[in-house]
Design a protein around this ligand. Structure first.
Ligand SMILES: [Fe+2]
Length: 236
């Protein structure tokens, strides 16, 4: 399923009632953030698990089976769960929002990210995350891809070929899974007056099977500590 490093789970993989409940709570929490944020580029709901624990219900046997299949065992853990809203912003090379530049995430290579769209109308031209396959990522590297800040012309030209790009388009509930280390990807830009909301679950392999409830409890404590220590941003 993840031979290319990414896959679409379609619009109906997750139970509608769960996505709907998460969306409603996300929008309520976001309204509080937006009340204080001045022209944000991105806004997060933190600590996510404390505010929206419903996300636990997404982890049914079908979703677990995908992770079991990818990691070839049930030795994986949920490293993070968060959700954010992307807004329109005018400076394409702004230093503090650079996920729109082609990049790999700087973390473990045995990582998967699950994206679930929480808004509607995410299109090629409006907020869709862009991703290229592991095979095309391997082709881009020798053409002169060094980092998001240093991409030589041949590699840049290669990455501009929209035929190679998979766009994470869709509406509320649309779901995608990908390895952000082995696939180059870039955040899509949101059109003026529009937004894109997404829930992101990060899963990595680990050396023992995890009890889901304990995993959620420890992650929740971790998230609350980050907020208490001022290390978790609400918007920027
Ligand atoms: Fe990324």
């Amino acid at each position: 399923m993840l031979m290319n490093g990414f896959a679409s789970l379609g619009d109906n993989f997750h139970k509608k009632a769960i996505v709907s409940s998460i969306t409603t709570k996300f929008l309520n929490e976001l309204a509080e953030v937006e009340a204080v944020a001045k022209n944000p580029k991105v806004a997060y709901v933190v600590p996510f698990l404390k505010k929206i624990p419903d996300v636990y219900d997404l982890f049914d046997s079908r979703l677990s089976a995908i992770f079991n299949g990818y990691f070839l065992s049930d030795k994986w853990r949920i490293a993070d769960i968060t959700a954010w809203r992307n807004y329109y912003w005018s400076a394409p090379t702004s230093e503090d929002v650079n996920s729109d530049l082609w990049h790999n995430d700087e973390s473990r290579v045995d990582t998967l990210k699950l994206f679930i769209i929480l808004s509607n109308g995410v299109t090629k031209d409006n907020g869709a995350t862009q991703i290229i396959s592991i095979q095309n990522t391997k082709k881009a590297m020798p053409l002169g891809y060094f980092s998001r800040y240093k991409i030589l012309k041949p590699a840049r030209k290669f990455l501009e070929n929209t035929d190679l790009i998979n766009f994470m388009t869709g509406n509320n509930g649309g779901s995608f899974i990908f390895n952000p280390q082995v696939c180059l990807h870039a955040a899509g830009r949101v059109q003026s007056g529009s937004i894109r909301d997404v829930l992101c679950v990060t899963v990595t392999s680990c050396n023992k099977s995890r009890n889901l409830i304990e995993n959620f409890q420890s992650l929740s404590i971790e998230q609350e500590k980050l907020v208490a220590d001022g290390k978790s941003i609400t918007y920027r």
